[in-house]
Write a protein of this length. Structure first.
Length: 217
């Protein structure tokens, strides 16, 4: 039996990295606070906007349930989203390192996608206003449901700030990279199963370069 040439190593799939939006790529607290204050003024309902912005991450309906009867939530959700663009886009800054993190993925020949629980049109408004240019934006997905988009795009990595993001990454079989820049502390993120915890997105380009070298080896 003659020995042939060694089989070539399989070429790694295109690098695809998913990012959460609120408190990962953008500091949405000022804008969301302004939107809740506008909703309160419009409806006359009491909303503690300072309290609401400590719970960012889950779907809008979960927060509205603190302030409105169940039967009013669909109408309040629609009104909030209608008012959102006028009140929340301008006050919302990018998180430190956000633009650079997205560009780092693309500089490696990869795709950067945003997978968020926020409604997709408003997510796009934020990104366009801030000059953050991912390759795709997918909205309306929270926690484990994010796995649908991550699998569809073949994401190897998902970056987020919430334990729901960790669950989404793990459900998709992606590496969970967490940043404690939102409501969840580093200890909570690690306990939820995050594979990597960075201080913030400014550390992602270096980590990503090392990850891609290891993946290609």
């Amino acid at each position: 039996m003659t020995s042939g040439s060694p089989s070539p190593s399989p070429v790694p799939a295109q690098l695809t990295v998913g990012f959460d939006l609120d408190m990962t790529l953008i500091d949405s607290r000022p804008g969301i606070k302004a939107a809740y204050e506008a909703l309160s003024a419009k409806t006359g309902a009491y909303i503690n906007a300072d309290e609401a912005i400590t719970r960012l991450g889950p779907p809008l309906e979960e927060e509205l349930a603190y302030w409105f009867p169940e039967e009013e939530i669909p109408a309040m959700r629609d009104l909030y989203r209608e008012m959102y663009v006028d009140h929340a886009i301008l006050p919302t800054p990018a998180m430190p390192g956000a633009r650079e993190a997205v560009k780092a993925v693309q500089a490696l020949g990869g795709r950067a996608i945003v997978v968020t629980a926020k409604n997709e049109p408003n997510a796009r408004h934020h990104l366009e206003h801030l000059g953050i240019e991912p390759d795709a934006v997918i909205g309306w997905l929270w926690a484990e449901a994010k796995a649908k988009a991550l699998r569809e795009y073949g994401a190897q990595v998902y970056v987020g700030d919430h334990i729901g993001d960790v669950r989404g990454a793990r459900t998709a079989g992606a590496l969970s990279v967490a940043v404690p820049t939102g409501p969840c502390a580093e200890s909570e993120l690690r306990e939820a199963g995050a594979d990597v915890v960075l201080t913030d997105l400014t550390e992602l380009p270096q980590w990503l370069a090392e990850y891609e070298r290891a993946r290609a080896a």
